[in-house]
Each structure stands twice: as structure tokens, then as C-alpha cells.
Ligand binder design. Structure first.
Ligand code: FES
Ligand code: FES
Length: 144
């Protein structure tokens, strides 16, 4: 099945009802996208499909035919959010981190703390207490 993955056209063979999360991790070997709950509750598996945030554990592979999918790998290895999550201890076990960063990458640079909190309301973290995550996002918004 053809779709666009991180700006590259790809043709991936997998069962149409396989979870997009599993296709990304197994067939596409992009293990940055994590599984937390597997039930659409935690946001760890969040990716962008046609620019819309989705939890990939609830998306059948068939639904992305012809679509554009962006994962944490699609942000590159040198994104300000990644640096600030490391510097501010916004990541501990790291399971929630790719989903947090994918969501944060969609925020406007002038997003307020309240807007950041609302945007991340569907992303659960069991480790950090959230303050370090919000701080990392706010620092990434500042001019480098
Ligand atoms: S693993 Fe998909 S929402 Fe938790
Ligand atoms: S860093 Fe462990 S769940 Fe967020």
C-alpha cells in the first residue's frame, strides 16, 4: 500500500487491519513511536496523518492509503524540542516523549502555558509530573 511517510513515498506490505502503530514500528522500522496503553488513552503513539494528530494504536493501516504520515523521526534529529526535553529533564522513561513532542511540534510559537497544557491534555506521563515537559516546550518556543 502506498502512502507518504516523513515526506518520502513508500510502498509497504502489511495487513490492512494491522494497527498503524505496529506497521510503523515493524514493517517501517520506525520505533520512535511508542505504545503506552494500546487503547487510545495515553497519547504515546501520536503521529500526524495529513497534518492531523491521531493515536496510531487506533488507526487501521488501510486508513492511511494515499495519506501523508509524519512520525517523531520526521522531525529530524536536531529539533529544538528534542534538545530542550533533554536539557529540562522533560523525558525520564521516554515512553510518552515522542507523542509529547509530536503534539508540541504543532503548537504556534506564541502558545501560552495554558494552551500548551490543553494541547497536551491527551498525553499522559507517569514520570515527570509535567512541569519539566511544559518548561521544555516553552524554552523551545524562544528564539535560538
Ligand atoms: S498507545 Fe495509543 S493512545 Fe496509548
Ligand atoms: S517520561 Fe515516562 S511516561 Fe513520561
Amino acid at each position: 500500500m502506498r502512502f507518504t511517510l516523513n515526506d518520502n513515498s513508500v510502498d509497504v506490505a502489511a495487513h490492512p487491519m494491522k494497527r498503524l502503530l505496529d506497521v510503523l514500528r515493524e514493517e517501517c522500522e520506525l520505533t520512535g513511536t511508542k505504545e503506552g496503553c494500546g487503547e487510545g488513552e495515553c497519547g504515546a503513539c501520536t503521529v500526524l496523518v495529513n497534518g492531523v494528530l491521531v493515536v496510531s494504536c487506533l488507526v487501521p493501516f488501510a486508513q492511511v492509503e494515499g495519506a501523508s504520515v509524519k512520525t517523531i523521526e520526521g522531525l529530524g534529529n536536531d529539533h529544538a524540542l528534542q534538545h530542550h526535553f533533554m536539557n529540562e529533564a522533560g523525558a525520564q522513561c521516554g515512553i510518552c516523549t515522542p507523542g509529547m513532542i509530536v503534539v508540541a511540534s504543532t503548537l504556534p510559537v506564541d502558545a501560552t502555558l495554558d494552551e500548551i497544557r490543553v494541547a497536551l491534555a491527551g498525553n499522559l506521563c507517569r514520570c515527570t509530573g509535567y512541569e519539566a515537559i511544559y518548561r521544555a516546550i516553552q524554552k523551545a518556543q524562544q528564539p535560538q
